[in-house]
Design a protein around this ligand. Structure first.
Ligand SMILES: Nc1nc2c(c(=O)[nH]1)N(C=O)[C@@H](CNc1ccc(C(=O)N[C@@H](CCC(=O)O)C(=O)O)cc1)CN2
Ligand SMILES: Nc1ncnc2c1ncn2[C@@H]1O[C@H](COP(=O)(O)OP(=O)(O)OP(=O)(O)O)[C@@H](O)[C@H]1O
Length: 191
């Protein structure tokens, strides 16, 4: 299957999960991520607000706030096409909808967090495989972000439903494989 058909098919599957499944999976996923961050000096985590049947990040965001860990969200760069900025997000952040209908903090330079300050980036994805290859929504936003990340100082974790795992992601030269992917049932570690 080509990338486009694969995307469509997996997006359909995750959107078909029931409300009850979405809710229990989001708590299971959150607790796996927290396990993964335990005993690490984590001050700032980049997350995303779930959309299109993605594993819901709300319980995880709440838990991080409880632990006084700073949460950032991606914002589409206003001029540089395909690039993301990361903005601090708390319960009081002013929000707007971007062109994809995803809520993001209103752009205010004072709230921009440089990627070098992100201890952990939790990425959304559409499909992944047993080698840690990921495929996203098709904008190349995270591929571009990860191309500029120092993977020694910033831990990158994919977050997805179990049903998003496929046997082989058709990869492209710019794809950055992930060493960790968390699903509700499993912490996947790849070498
Ligand atoms: N929750 C969440 N936030 C995110 C991402 C994500 O995957 N999930 N992104 C990860 O990169 C960025 C947004 N990337 C996206 C890229 C394409 C589409 C999308 O819906 N594309 C439509 C076509 C839209 C159009 O061009 O009109 C489609 O495929 O149907 C959505 C988000 C930043 N924020
Ligand atoms: N590091 C990069 N530099 C420049 N262009 C890039 C880079 N990474 C990806 N792109 C471009 O972005 C487009 C979309 O890439 P791709 O389909 O792999 O995105 P994706 O992995 O599905 O999305 P995302 O990374 O946002 O989740 C491609 O046309 C590709 O040329």
């Amino acid at each position: 299957m080509d990338r486009k058909s694969l995307r469509q098919s997996i997006r359909k599957q995750r959107n078909a999960l029931t409300r009850q499944q979405q809710e229990s999976f989001s708590f299971q996923g959150a607790s796996r991520i927290l396990d993964c961050l335990k005993n690490k000096q984590v001050k700032t985590v980049a997350l995303y607000l779930s959309n299109d049947g993605e594993l819901d990040t709300t319980p995880l965001i709440e838990k991080l706030w409880e632990k006084s860990i700073r949460v950032c969200l991606p914002v589409l760069h206003p001029f540089n096409k395909g690039q993301l900025l990361f903005l601090h997000y708390d319960g009081k952040s002013k929000m707007r909808y971007n062109k994809y209908g995803i809520a993001e903090p209103c752009l205010d330079i004072r709230n921009v967090i440089p990627v070098t300050e992100l201890d952990v980036i939790i990425t959304p994805l559409v499909a992944f495989d047993c080698h840690g290859n990921r495929m996203g929504m098709g904008g190349g936003y995270y591929d571009r972000t990860l191309a500029n990340v120092d993977l020694v100082t910033t831990k990158v974790i994919g977050f997805a439903h179990d049903c998003q795992q496929i046997s082989k992601v058709p990869i492209e030269s710019w794809d950055v494989p992930l060493s960790t992917i968390v699903t509700p049932s499993t912490l996947h570690q790849f070498d």
